[in-house]
Design a protein around this ligand. Structure first.
Ligand code: AMP
Ligand code: ZN
Length: 136
């Protein structure tokens, strides 16, 4: 299903032009307009899901299979040294476009980019408590 107010629906379905690097029945893969590195691409499902929470399981499975195929192509054609997959859900996590998308960010040695977090140092009890919460 498409959402008429969604820019990624329009891009994914070809109503707005994009730099497409791959397309099939389920997905369009485009170059990000503001790339973190050379080759930064976005996998867009053609059907609208606001985020991972709404994404159908079959699409979730297919997106990683596609990411794996594209990973090989990015490495072969761009000669990247590494690759980050990034997927933001919700404003708190940095999602700015409410249509599920998977970032593929090729990495190059010394590319100067930072895709990282500050490692925490919780007490062992805190980790135990979280595990308990998530498993009971
Ligand atoms: P996120 O912050 O995870 O929601 O990522 C949204 C991404 O979409 C950002 O990296 C933007 O640069 C990118 N973006 C937004 N509009 C467009 C567009 N029209 N074409 C290509 N990339 C876009
Ligand atoms: Zn959409």
């Amino acid at each position: 299903m498409k959402n008429d107010d969604c820019i990624f629906c329009k891009i994914a379905n070809g109503e707005i032009p994009s730099r497409t690097i791959y397309e099939d029945q389920l997905f369009r893969v485009i170059l990000d307009l503001n790339p973190a590195t050379k080759g930064h691409a976005l996998i867009l499902p053609k059907d609208h899901s606001a985020s991972l929470y709404e994404l159908p399981e079959e699409t979730a499975a297919a997106v990683l299979v596609l990411a794996k195929k594209l990973a090989v192509i990015l490495r072969e054609k761009l000669g990247c040294d590494g690759l980050n997959l990034v997927q933001n859900n919700g404003e708190a996590a940095g999602q700015t476009v409410s249509h599920f998308h998977l970032h593929m960010i090729p990495r190059y040695t010394d590319d100067g980019q930072k895709i990282s977090w500050i490692p925490g140092k919780p007490a062992q009890e805190e980790l135990d408590e979280v595990r308990k919460k998530l498993t009971e």
